[in-house]
Write a protein that binds this ligand. Structure first.
Ligand SMILES: Cc1cc2nc3c(=O)[nH]c(=O)nc-3n(C[C@H](O)[C@H](O)[C@H](O)COP(=O)(O)OP(=O)(O)OC[C@H]3O[C@@H](n4cnc5c(N)ncnc54)[C@H](O)[C@@H]3O)c2cc1C
Length: 498
């Protein structure tokens, strides 16, 4: 799907995952005349983290992920982070609805399916936590419709695999929101890139790896691109560059040489799933059921038992079991971590190694886990799981951000961060959580950071409000707007609404 390379594009998007595809889509909707070039090392889009089986496909709305709702020392639960994530997902829903309504995505069912989101815990202490969490969340309009139960029969009606074979005397609790979603971000990325490629002024170049980036005297960026087939390297001159390169973004940031990127490093976390394709089993589970993370574990390794619907086929996914690999991308090199170490980030990286020993201990423990141990964790969720029904699958790589910190020299972050140069002509997206589900939020952040002067009533603002009708409205505060936009996006996207 490659056409001739534009020598002076307005925008270069590095990487063909969900993030570049989403930003490219928004930019072309706002300014159809923009000349946009997308470069991707691999031979297709969405082959790394955005590929359907490389992630869990949760439409993260912080309905069920307990790591977004920490308990305070006084027993109350802080739901502020959950509310942020919850309303960020509304932005993705609006962008997708806009594209469906305009026929740019023919049928939302190709990438999106209604799927209840549940939290499930066992043990007195965890039950007390979930009860308190429910009390605080269900009082907020953003969590309208959340249900709670401690009853084995009720929870079994919601998710039979989780209760069958469980001691009826064991204290358990669950919450459920039926309006959740399972998202195939791989298919979505393909749909977005396809509708972009159908527009004039957009070209995607596969098997083209960005190998260099330098500021030129005229204020533009020289982007050096290596053509993997021909072995040639050529350069284009871009006004704006977005490094949406997933695990490759740190390398691009380092190549850019911008002072704002000084001191950043990366810590790779790999993942393994257990996957079940047996129809008789997957037909009996219709939910994403998130549990509580083990002590010291990174937030993205919270175990969950998920319904996945990919290419029309229903499967179950359990995990992820986090691990350590020195690669920054699944198709990357074992030298990625070593190559990322430079004089500027070595102290922050050593500080993280010193301070985050709980994480190191956890990851080492995970790596040493045998298949038996992994299966035992699945059985905590699904007591009657049979070994022969499940196979191991390798998940995507995530590179967590290590950044300089005035107090601790370096800290490890689990979120995402946009690092831009002073004049905002280059921005790199580092980190991977909450992830693909907040791609529209990230695209808006790029607009606000890098194209602020265009977001005016005479500029892009009117168009942006057509794409994101609640732009400028805080859905955490405005209950009526929240309800109304959820009702309309649910209808367009064929999701459940309560
Ligand atoms: C185990 C796991 C579970 C997850 N679960 C969820 C979930 O349930 N819900 C959710 O919303 N998110 C989830 N995520 C996160 C989500 O997958 C990522 O945030 C998202 O896919 C990142 O998209 P991206 O476009 O930034 O990166 P990617 O999809 O990784 O794409 C980056 C692309 O850049 C290319 N590239 C890199 N370097 C270069 C270069 N120099 N030149 C050209 N191309 C380059 C790569 O080949 C790749 O194709 C999960 C991630 C993992 C690993």
């Amino acid at each position: 799907m490659s056409s001739s390379i534009s020598e002076n594009p307005d925008v270069v998007l590095i990487g063909a995952g969900i993030m570049s595809a989403t930003l490219g889509t928004v930019l072309k909707e706002l300014e159809p005349s923009l000349d946009v070039a997308m470069f991707e090392t691999l031979d297709d889009c969405a082959q790394e983290s955005s590929q359907a089986w490389n992630n869990a496909g949760t439409g993260h709305a912080a309905n069920c992920e307990l790591n977004y709702t920490p308990q305070r020392p006084d027993g109350s639960v802080d739901i502020s982070k959950a509310l942020e994530v919850n309303t960020e997902f509304d932005l993705s829903r609006q962008l997708w609805s806009y594209l469906v309504a305009r026929g740019k995505i023919a049928d939302p069912r190709t990438f999106l399916h209604p799927c209840p989101h549940m939290s499930f815990v066992w043990g007195e202490e965890n039950v007390a936590f979930l009860r308190q969490r429910f009390k605080e969340m269900s009082a907020h309009h953003c969590y309208h419709g959340m249900e709670y139960s401690e009853d084995h029969g009720q929870i079994g009606a919601w998710t039979p695999l989780v209760t069958e074979g469980r001691d009826a005397a064991e204290p358990i609790a669950a919450t459920r929101i039926v309006s959740g979603a399972d998202v195939d971000y791989g298919t979505l990325t393909h749909l977005l890139v396809a509708q972009l490629a159908a527009q004039s002024g957009f070209a995607v170049h596969y098997k083209h790896r960005v190998v260099g980036l330098a500021r030129t005297a005229d204020g533009r960026w020289r982007v050096d691109v290596h053509d993997i087939d021909s072995g040639e390297t050529r350069s284009v001159s871009a006004k704006f560059v977005f490094a949406g390169a997933g695990g490759g973004a740190l390398e691009i940031l380092q190549k850019s040489g911008i002072p704002e990127g000084h001191g950043y490093g990366g810590f790779p976390v790999s993942g393994i799933w257990l996957r079940c394709d047996v129809d008789a089993i997957s037909a009996r589970h219709h939910a994403k059921v998130y549990g509580k993370a083990a002590q010291g574990s990174p937030p993205m390794s919270v175990p969950h038992l998920d319904t996945r619907i990919i290419d029309g086929k229903r499967s179950l996914l359990f995990g992820p079991y986090a691990g350590f690999s020195s690669k920054f991308l699944k198709h990357g090199s074992y030298f990625d971590l070593l190559r990322s170490v430079e004089p500027g980030n070595i102290l922050p990286m050593l500080a993280v190694a010193r301070d985050d020993w709980q994480l190191s201990e956890y990851l080492i423990g995970q790596v040493l886990q045998t298949a038996e141990h992994q299966f035992a964790t699945l059985r905590d969720f699904f007591p009657r799981a049979q070994r022969h029904d499940w196979q191991q699958a390798v998940a995507g790589q995530r590179v967590q951000i290590i950044k300089p910190d005035p107090h601790r020299t370096g800290i490890l972050e689990f979120g995402t961060e946009l690092v831009a140069c002073a004049d905002k002509s280059f921005v790199a997206l580092l980190g991977a959580s909450p992830g693909a589900s907040t791609a529209a939020f990230i695209a808006l952040e790029v607009l606000q950071k890098c194209f602020a002067s265009r977001l005016t009533p005479d500029g892009w603002l009117g168009r942006l409000k057509e794409i994101i009708p609640t732009y400028g409205i805080d859905l955490k505060q405005d209950a009526a707007a929240c309800r109304s936009i959820r009702a309309s996006t649910a209808k367009t996207l064929k999701l459940d609404f309560v």
